[in-house]
Structures are given as C-alpha cells and as structure tokens.
Design a protein around this ligand. Structure first.
Ligand code: IMP
Length: 212
C-alpha cells in the first residue's frame, strides 16, 4: 500500500476525493497530517492544469510522498469562460460560497444563454519522477435562476446538471454526484494512473527481493 497526500485544504474537495479514492489500495492523508500545518500554494497560473501541477509538485517536495492536487472550477460560456481559475474568488478574494453564488446570479441577470461546465484537473506528483501526470474531467450543465438543494459545495446549488433531469448538483445524492461530476470523471482517470504506479512499485519490490 502507498501513502498519498491530498494537496488541498478545501473541505468539500477533501470529502469528495477521499470518498472517490477510497476504493483504491492507498492510504490517504492530508498535508496537515504530515507537516503539522497547511502549505499555502498561491494559485498564480492561468489554467487549471498549471495550478494543479504546481500544488502537487510543492506538496510532494515538502512531504516526500506521492501527492494528488485538485484545481477545479466553473466555466460559464456567456462570461467567456469566467470565473474559471478564479471560481473560489469570483465575488472577492475571501468570498464565501454564498457570496460567489450571488455574484454569479448578478453577472447573468439579463443573460438567456446559461450554458456552463464544471472542470476538474487532478495532478499526480511522485518523488521519483520529474514528470507530473494530469487528468481532466468535465461536466456540462447550465446556471439556474436561483439556488436549489443543500448537498455538495461551491456552485452546486446553481448548477443544473445536463444528465440529471433538471436537478442541480446540490440536489443529487453523494453517489449520484460522484457518477456524473467532473471530479468523479477525473478521479476514475487518475485511478488508472495510480494502479500503474502501484504495479510498478510491486514489480520493483519483487526485483529487489530477487537480487538479495
Ligand atoms: P480552487 O480549485 O481551490 O481554486 O477552488 C475551486 C472553486 O471552484 C471552489 O471553491 C468552488 O467554488 C468551485 N468548485 C470546484 N468544484 C466544485 C464542485 O464540485 N461543486 C461546486 N463548486 C465547485
């Protein structure tokens, strides 16, 4: 079994990633569990990929452990892809989910075209390889005219999922969200990468045992 550090402090993401990765033969730990404190990595990149890679790389370097980072957000077509990488800070720098939702409704007040998508990029960094692997999951939908539902986090109460019969993400059960969400899709792609990693590690351990 290998230990994997989740390079995120967002409680909504930690909850979902732990749930989604629980089927794998890995021990999941948080950055605080390893370092005793959070590691602030500023999100300076202009893409989900660059932010996720930076977070995974920094946490991997600081802990010496395999690290998985998530950078995700909402892209609204009529807003030219905003809020995008600034999803957590759409209303202002330290915005709450409720403030971001209110700001989004205000920005789309007159708008008829409400198409949007959630994007999740996961990055996997290992202490023994330079290259950081990334995977991406996308979930299509549209922005409702008001909030509904109490599940999930972030923009979930405003996001009507294309494949969920008019329900918002916040009206889905945890299992339903995992089956359809951007994060669920990305995690399933990442699981394949982690399986490869585990297989290689097993192979190397067998080789070492053989040479002894
Ligand atoms: P960051 O990746 O920490 O920059 O934050 C991403 C932001 O995007 C979150 O704070 C949410 O506002 C939003 N977001 C990402 N994933 C989800 C999701 O699954 N549901 C709702 N909002 C999300």
């Amino acid at each position: 079994m290998i230990t994997v550090v989740l390079a995120t402090g967002n409680p909504g993401k930690v909850r979902e990633l732990s749930r989604l990765l629980s089927g794998l033969d890995v021990e999941l730990v948080g950055v605080k569990d390893v370092l005793g404190q959070a590691l602030e990595v500023p999100e300076l990149g202009d893409s989900f990929e660059s932010n996720a890679v930076e977070k995974a790389r920094r946490v991997c370097a600081a802990t010496g452990l395999v690290s998985v980072a998530d950078d995700s957000g909402l892209e609204v077509l009529a807003l030219g892809g905003r809020p995008g990488v600034r999803s957590a800070r759409f209303a202002h720098e330290r915005a709450t989910d409720a403030e971001n939702n209110a700001a989004l409704l205000a920005a789309l007040e007159e708008e008829v075209d409400r198409r949007a998508r959630f994007v999740c990029v996961l990055a996997l960094a290992t202490p023994w390889a330079e290259q950081v692997v990334t995977v991406r999951g996308v979930c299509d939908g549209k922005i409702a005219r008001g909030v509904s539902g109490s599940g999930g986090f972030g923009y979930d109460p405003l996001f009507v999922v294309e494949r969920a019969d008019g329900k918002t993400m916040a009206e889905l059960s945890a299992e339903e969200k995992d089956a359809l969400s951007h994060r669920g899709l990305a995690v399933r792609a990442l699981a394949a990468e982690l399986e490869r990693l585990l297989a290689r590690q097993r192979h190397e351990a067998e080789n070492i045992a053989f040479l002894r």
